[in-house]
Design a protein around this ligand. Sequence first.
Ligand code: ADP
Ligand code: ADP
Length: 226
Amino acid sequence: MAQIVLDNVDKVYPGNVTAVDQLSLEIKDGEFMVLVGPSGCGKSTALRMIAGLEEISGGTLSIGDRVVNDLPPKNRDIAMVFQNYALYPHMTVEQNLAFGLKLRKTPKSEINQRVQEAARMLGLEGYLKRKPAALSGGQRQRVAMGRAIVREPQAFLMDEPLSNLDAKLRVQMRASLNQLHSELGVTTVYVTHDQIEAMTLGDRVAVLRDGRLQQVDTPKNLFNRP
Ligand code: ADP
Ligand code: ADP
């Protein structure tokens, strides 16, 4: 686990598009931080900079005690889940969960143990031998999350992970995500345009508009004003 600190971070895309403008934000160790705001406000760009998938145009980004401005994604010890969970269709759930660990030459017994643990936390125990085609959308998204957490990353990033699911599943998945976070306690940054998601998931919520941070506070203080 690690804190993530953005200090005056900018992103200017070619064509002089300022997507993120002097963003300063301290995400505490173990915190669930939601980035919320309308489409185009810079949420994904901010998340992708934390992941190292997008270069930073200015400012300083650190993860743990380390400035990571120039550190490639694979050295950041971060796991990310997107809207379109790219599971391997020819592999079972179990094989999908184990794949990243196998690549990293993790011992077999440890792989088994971590896969079982992730399956338990995500309610996938009964589905380990199935292939993705035989799962619901919500179950597939659970597998994508499982694949991220088996790595035991120091931070977990999610970009609109529930937006392809129907309303009922989204409600279920919000509960699962809360449960997962309370078990893992891993520093989490979660991007959504959905205020209800922000409110139910975040320890704190950062509201972005036009690339700038408007407010950052607990959901209670942001949304339940007297
Ligand atoms: P959000 O995730 O809040 O919808 P984005 O971070 O995707 O916002 O986009 C922020 C701004 O940056 C938008 O104006 C978008 O058009 C622009 N943008 C995003 N990606 C690129 C890119 N690769 N090249 C140029 N402009 C981009
Ligand atoms: P994994 O073990 O999950 O396959 P990798 O080491 O291949 O992870 O991924 C390196 C980095 O690339 C990670 O930070 C991850 O968040 C990011 N990444 C993984 N898949 C994608 C994708 N489809 N698009 C963009 N970035 C990705």
